[in-house]
Design a protein around this ligand. Structure first.
Ligand SMILES: [Zn+2]
Length: 286
């Protein structure tokens, strides 16, 4: 499921490989892909436009066009954007094909079918993103932000971190990793976190996203970069999908899987105690 690091990797690939190219033709094999404007207008406004830049906002991939429009893709669970060639032309699960000048094409495919596309003008783009929280790797996510924003809330910390209005682009993988690094149980109520814990948590969110980008994303099954390659952050995960393995925190315990707010959640119960007595518990386990 592409989160911030995966979409960031695709964005950087597009910047290197595709930006500057003109869209010569547009095919939309999927009847559900285009959410705005009409399918006809989508094709008419894309055809002939040049990709002027690639950006990311939260988990949205944005291709700016020289016409002033922006192509916005939400890859959701299994969207793949592949450059053909060098990637071999895919034959299944196609949702969108952009024929580029010079004989290359961008193929959008998604075995889960959840990917959605919009073509927005500048005003529509701004309105689309106005409710999103700050980018966790940007200046707005300044020290103290999470504590100020959430410190009075009684809801569980994991659910709050997944709220895109609180912080944009963080999903299930990186939130579990960050909570482990900060030694905070996912069901802790936000208003019980200490100042120290908020500091650790904010640093851990940034650190894990940075590591995910450095490793070009996490691939469990579907995620690919623009050249069809898997990410390798899955080789560096500490708790996410690691249930039954020894805790990498050195406590001697094992990583467990639980459900929190309906989401599969991975944690170490010894390093991330539910009552928040992390320091004390670590001493007891000595
Ligand atoms: Zn542990």
């Amino acid at each position: 499921m592409p989160e911030l690091p995966e979409v960031e990797t695709i964005k950087r690939d597009l910047g290197e490989l595709v930006v500057g190219a003109r869209v010569e033709d547009v095919e939309i094999p999927s009847p559900v892909l285009v959410e705005h404007p009409s399918r006809e207008d989508f094709v008419r406004r894309l055809r002939g436009a040049r990709a002027a830049g690639a950006r990311r906002r939260a988990k949205h991939l944005i291709v700016d066009l020289d016409s002033g429009d922006a192509l916005v893709l939400q890859l959701k669970i299994g969207g793949q954007l592949l450059l053909v060639p060098p990637v071999k032309e895919p034959a299944t699960a196609l949702m969108l094909v952009l024929r580029l000048e010079g004989g290359r094409s961008l193929f959008l495919r998604d075995e889960t079918g959840f990917t959605r596309a919009r073509l927005l003008d500048a005003g529509e783009l701004e309105r689309r993103f106005e409710d999103l929280g700050p980018e966790p790797l940007g200046d707005e996510f300044r020290p103290g932000y999470l504590r100020e924003k959430l410190g009075g809330r009684r809801a569980r910390i994991k659910g709050l971190l997944l709220d895109q209005k609180v912080v944009a682009g963080v999903g299930n993988i990186y939130v579990d990793e960050a909570l482990f690094d900060a030694r905070i149980h996912p069901t802790r109520k936000a208003n019980t976190l200490t100042e120290d814990e908020w500091t650790r948590l904010q640093a851990a969110v940034k650190e894990n996203l940075r590591a995910g980008i450095e490793h070009r994303g996490t691939t469990f099954s579907l995620y690919r970069d623009v050249l069809g390659r898997k990410g390798h952050h899955q080789d560096h995960l500490k708790v996410f999908v690691q249930a039954g393995k020894p805790c990498p925190g050195g406590c001697g315990g094992k990583v467990v899987k639980e459900k929190v707010g309906g989401r599969a959640t991975f944690l170490c119960p010894a390093c991330q105690p539910e009552d928040g007595s992390g320091e004390a518990v670590r001493l007891e386990f000595g």
